[in-house]
Ligand binder design. Structure first.
Ligand code: NAD
Length: 296
C-alpha cells in the first residue's frame, strides 16, 4: 500500500481521501480549512502541518481543489519543491485545459510525472468509491496513477496526453448541461400541452429523448424518486458547478475555434440562473427558470 498526500478535502476530496484510507493506504492530508482537516482526521487520515509535509516522502500526491488558479499555485509554490521523481502527481480537480497542460509541462520539465484526472460521479460517487476518472498524461503516468485511482473509482480511462482528462470532462459536462436544459424545457412544454408528467416520462425515457439528465436527474418531482427535484433541488450537482464547467467548455471552444452554440446557450441560461441566486440548487432546478417559477 502507498503513502499518499491528499490536498483539498472538501465535498469531493473528503470522501475520496477516506476511501483511500479504507483500502489500506496511508494518507497524509492537508486543507486550508480546519473543519475539513478535523473531518479527514476522523476518517483516518494523518494531519499534515502543511502541503510540503504531506508531500515529503509520499509515493503519490492527489489534489482536489476548486479551480485552475488554486492548482497552479499549489503545485508551483508547494508541491513541486517537495516532490521527488519516483512519485506520481495526480490532479483530480476540474480545471481549464490550458492550465492543466501548463502545470503538467512544468512538472515534466522538473523530471516529475503528473496526470490530470478529473472525475464524474459527484459527491455520491466520491463517497461510494464509484467515480469515473478521465486521465490525461503519459502512459507511464497512467500506469502509476491507476492503482491509486482504483481505491476511489470504478472506471479509470486513459483519455490521452496531458490535459486530455480535462478535455474529456468539460466536453462530457457540456453535453450534460445542454441535455438538462433540453429535458427541462420539454417537460415544461409537455405540461403546458396538457400531457401528464409521469406519462411523458414513461414514454420519453423509453424513446429517443432518453438521457442521463432525464433518467437520473429528472427535473420534475415524481418520476425518478432519487432525483433532487423530489427534495426541492437540494444536493446533487450544484448549478454553480455546472456554470463553472460550461464556462470552461465554452472558453476552451473559443481557444480552438470550435462552434458550440448549444453549450453557449446552456452557459447563458445557467449564468442567469446563478445570478438569480440558484447556484446552490441542483442544476436540474434550471427548470424553474424555464417555467417562470423560480423565486430566490
Ligand atoms: P470544495 O470547495 O468543497 O473543496 C475544495 C477544497 O479545497 C476546500 O476544502 C478548500 O478549503 C480546499 N483548498 C482551497 N485552496 C487550498 C489550498 N491552497 N490548499 C489546500 N486546500 C485548499 O469543492 P468540491 O466540490 O470538493 O470540488 C473540488 C473539485 O472537484 C472542483 O474542481 C470541482 O469542479 C470538481 N468536481 C466537483 C463535483 C461535485 O459534485 N462537488 C463533481 C465533479 C467534480
Amino acid at each position: 500500500m502507498a503513502n499518499i498526500a491528499f490536498i483539498g478535502l472538501g465535498h469531493m476530496g473528503s470522501g475520496m481521501a477516506a476511501n483511500l484510507v479504507k483500502v489500506g493506504h496511508k494518507v497524509r492530508a492537508f486543507d486550508v480549512s480546519e473543519a475539513a482537516m478535523a473531518r479527514a482526521e476522523a476518517d483516518g487520515c494523518i494531519r499534515a502541518a502543511n502541503i510540503g509535509a504531506a508531500v515529503d516522502g509520499a509515493d503519490a500526491v492527489v489534489t482536489m481543489l476548486p479551480a485552475g488558479q488554486h492548482v497552479a499555485q499549489v503545485y508551483a509554490n508547494e508541491v513541486f519543491g517537495a516532490a521527488r521523481r519516483e512519485m506520481v502527481l495526480i490532479d483530480c480537480s476540474t480545471i481549464d485545459v490550458a492550465t492543466a497542460k501548463q502545470v503538467g509541462s512544468d512538472a515534466a520539465n522538473l523530471g516529475l510525472t503528473m496526470v490530470d484526472a478529473p472525475v464524474s460521479g459527484g459527491t455520491g460517487g466520491a463517497q461510494a468509491a464509484t467515480l469515473t476518472f478521465m486521465v490525461g498524461g503519459s502512459e507511464a503516468g497512467f500506469v502509476l496513477a491507476r492503482p491509486i485511482l482504483e481505491g476511489m473509482g470504478k472506471a479509470i480511462i486513459h483519455a490521452g496526453g496531458p490535459g486530455m482528462g480535462q478535455a474529456a470532462k468539460i466536453c462530457n459536462n457540456m453535453i450534460l448541461g445542454a441535455t438538462m436544459v433540453a429535458t427541462a424545457e420539454a417537460f415544461v412544454l409537455a405540461q403546458k400541452l396538457g400531457l401528464d408528467t409521469q406519462t411523458f416520462f414513461d414514454i420519453s425515457s423509453k424513446s429517443s429523448g432518453q438521457s442521463f439528465s432525464m433518467t437520473s436527474f429528472c427535473p420534475v418531482p415524481g418520476p425518478v424518486p432519487a432525483s433532487p427535484a423530489n427534495r426541492d433541488y437540494a444536493g446533487g450537482f450544484g448549478a454553480a458547478l455546472m456554470l463553472k464547467d460550461l464556462k470552461l467548455a465554452v472558453g476552451a471552444a473559443a481557444g480552438v475555434g470550435a462552434s458550440v452554440p448549444m453549450g453557449s446557450q446552456a452557459e447563458a441560461l445557467f449564468q442567469i440562473f446563478n445570478g438569480l441566486g440558484g447556484g446552490n440548487k441542483d442544476f436540474s432546478a434550471i427548470i424553474k427558470l424555464l417555467d417562470g417559477s423560480w423565486q430566490d
